[in-house]
Design a protein around this ligand. Structure first.
Ligand code: ASP
Ligand code: MG
Length: 394
């Protein structure tokens, strides 16, 4: 069989009919190059946000199985529309939902992991000369119930399929023309990177930059699939994410404002209470991070949580630990990423000067070979991000 190429198009690339036509023409070019094409698409524009809002307007905490049934509809709309367009352009195409495409996941609703892909249906359609258009972000669990992979998960669908089909490359098309040295919407001096290593990209994605889904980069690394992040609308090179030999430089600065710092206190209590609480967090699948137990005679712990899980956390605390006193603070975390960031003292000195000049208070610092991550005691403005970026990336 000819070489198979996976093309993934994000929500903003398929937002309306005009954009869908641009995407269809792009697919046509690859098709005319006599390639076998698998396309993965996200829901149109802000559809997923809207569906979540709609569910939350019914109840604060929607049933998780049913929420996945609802959220997965967004991608189903995109695949069918794109396939209608392609067929109308006389390009044979077929749309497949996650289960039709053989995407099997575990049972964790809204954050499911792809366990395997049975590619037989995809291969059959490719063999018949069709462009196969697959709904990203969704799969089925062992009970044949629909699951979703977590926000931004279509990227992971695309790379997982590319890995299973042993593709040489996976293209991720979006409205930005690659990976930048920081968020270009917040810092106008941000520079586009020609290439970046899997490790650096995993750090960037995990620190909360919404460029690529972290799990898609991990999959790319595991199965050696180079990932190319490119623009749907502008013709240029994009950024290639692949294996790289050693290099020392700051590659990227991420500011994450999506973090809630939680402090919990109780007049007596002990390490026993800490263990109880933490076990409960685990069983509820809460993404508790930076956990510190500073209890002595009094119980006191602190941790951080993603803003979107705050409702869930508040409900759990009310139901199980309502005798404890809490405070919730919105904070920012700035991460400086690149191989060898700590090998050059000047980097940390520069950053500390900027923090002092802006009169910011540090909550904690995490320093390792590829990353300096600083959490602040409050939210931090974009000017600080800009100052740090411009001092470290020339
Ligand atoms: N539509 C889903 C989301 O908005 C998945 C994706 O876009 O990758 O999170
Ligand atoms: Mg995305």
């Amino acid at each position: 069989m000819d070489e198979i190429v996976v093309l993934k198009f994000g929500g903003s690339s398929v937002a309306d009919n005009e954009k869908l036509k641009i995407v269809a023409n792009k697919i046509k070019k690859f098709y005319n190059d006599s390639k076998k094409i698998v396309v993965v698409v996200s829901a149109q524009g802000k559809t997923t946000d809207r569906l979540i809002e709609e569910a939350k307007s019914l109840t604060k905490l929607p049933n998780e199985r049913e929420l996945d049934v609802l959220l997965s509809t967004g991608e189903q709309v995109s695949i069918s529309k794109l396939s209608i367009l392609l067929n109308d352009m006389k390009i044979p195409a077929i749309s497949l939902t996650g289960w039709q495409a053989g995407i099997f996941t575990n049972n964790i609703n809204q954050n499911a992991i792809i366990e395997d892909i049975d590619t037989s249906r995809i291969l059959k359609e490719l063999k018949e000369g069709k462009v196969v258009i697959i709904a990203g972000f969704q799969g089925v669990n062992s009970m044949s119930d629909i699951t979703t992979l977590g926000r931004g998960g279509s990227d992971t669908t695309a790379v997982a399929i590319a890995a299973k089909l042993k593709c040489k490359i996976c293209y991720i098309f979006s409205d930005v023309d690659g990976v930048y040295s920081t968020d270009p919407r917040q810092v106008k001096q941000a520079k586009k990177l020609d290439n970046i290593s899997y490790d650096e990209m995993i750090d960037i994605a995990n620190e909360g930059a919404k460029v690529l889904h972290p799990r898609c980069v991990e999959l790319g690394q595991k199965y050696c699939i180079p990932i190319v992040a490119k623009s749907t609308f502008i013709e240029n090179e994009g950024t290639i994410i692949h294996d790289k030999l050693e290099e020392t430089a700051v590659k990227n600065i991420v500011k994450n404002d999506n973090i809630i710092y939680v402090n919990a206190r109780y007049k007596n209590g002990s390490d026993y209470l800490f263990n109880e609480m933490y076990k409960t967090f685990i069983s509820y699948g809460l993404d508790v991070k930076n956990l510190i137990n500073s209890s002595e005679t009094n119980f006191e712990i602190s941790f951080t949580i993603n803003k979107q899980n705050l409702d869930k956390l508040e409900r759990l605390l009310k139901e199980k630990f309502n005798f404890i006193e809490y405070s919730f603070t919105e904070i920012s975390r700035i991460s400086i990423i690149g191989n060898g960031v700590t090998k050059d003292n000047l980097i940390l000195r520069n950053v500390m000067n900027i923090i002092e000049n802006n009169k910011l208070n540090i909550l904690s610092m995490e320093i390792n070979e590829t990353k300096i991550a600083i959490m602040f005691k409050s939210s931090v403005s974009n000017t600080v991000l800009q100052d740090i970026h411009n001092a470290l990336i020339k």
